[in-house]
Design a protein around this ligand. Sequence first.
Ligand SMILES: C/C(=C\Cc1cc(O)c2ccccc2c1O)CCC[C@H](C)CCC[C@H](C)CCCC(C)C
Ligand SMILES: C[S@@+](CC[C@H](N)C(=O)[O-])C[C@H]1O[C@@H](n2cnc3c(N)ncnc32)[C@H](O)[C@@H]1O
Length: 258
Amino acid sequence: MASLHFLLRPSSNPNLLALPSRSRPVQCANERQALFSRIAPVYDNLNDFLSLGQHRIWKRMAVSWSGAKRGDDVLDLCCGSGDLAFLLSERVGSDGKVIGFDFSREQLSVASSRQHLLSKACYKNIEWIEGDATKLPFSDCSFDAITMGYGLRNVLDRGKAMQEMFRVLKPGSRVSILDFNKSTKPFITSIQEWMIDNVVVPVATGYGLADEYAYLKSSVQEFLTGKELEKLALEMGFSNAKHYEIGGGIMGNLVAKR
Ligand SMILES: C/C(=C\Cc1cc(O)c2ccccc2c1O)CCC[C@H](C)CCC[C@H](C)CCCC(C)C
Ligand SMILES: C[S@@+](CC[C@H](N)C(=O)[O-])C[C@H]1O[C@@H](n2cnc3c(N)ncnc32)[C@H](O)[C@@H]1O
């Protein structure tokens, strides 16, 4: 039976719903949570449109790199509307178990409704849990694989999130982290920024979500390069870490082994 657990209650503080100013970076966790909740109704359609469907290929690669296999217990952190969790579910099958974990209740509601709508038999093995990626409510060494798609860049304390992933992974298991690549090549950075300024933000403006999507550009600028991500993973205790550039260098995927 599909279930949706809400470990954290959304704040009733109306200030959290205020739109972030375009001139000010989105800084506190509650503001980020509110941002992802606002974009939840259009998130999937915009990803398909803006990436010309390419994000589905990148997500398949991320799941494949996680090493998840039939019968495994796996975690999709910052699962949003559930794309990676659904792919993991197909991979681990009905003998396995998938947890989709996110702090936005609205994103989880979209994920849960897709689970019912798509209604593949194996999708019954997915459970949605609301909570913070820096404080995971799971015991040490619980999971055979972890995925995180477009999550780490949006987490305020990335070191803590990596530490938590390390803690809940079983020894020898892998985490696969897909995100925008903060490239060291100025040409790639210019393409990314041009796309965000001239395609992503204008399209999002049509949905009243200009600020939310403009945040993408600053978040990539403030993210870590592939080498820095590898270093962070090693500092957090992972035995091995390799970052792959994909999508012509626009995206990247970190694979780290506990
Ligand atoms: C997958 C996409 C966006 C995910 C996403 C991530 C976030 O952190 C957000 C934060 C706040 C708001 C929204 C998001 C969010 O949507 C879409 C990515 C589109 C890109 C601009 C990439 C465009 C790629 C090209 C069309 C295809 C390139 C092909 C390549 C050369 C092979
Ligand atoms: C860009 S979406 C990615 C969704 C999905 N993984 C995908 O690839 O399409 C980022 C997600 O991370 C979640 N998120 C960001 N920071 C988080 C945190 N500290 N704890 C839990 N979820 C978080 C947001 O709520 C949002 O759903």
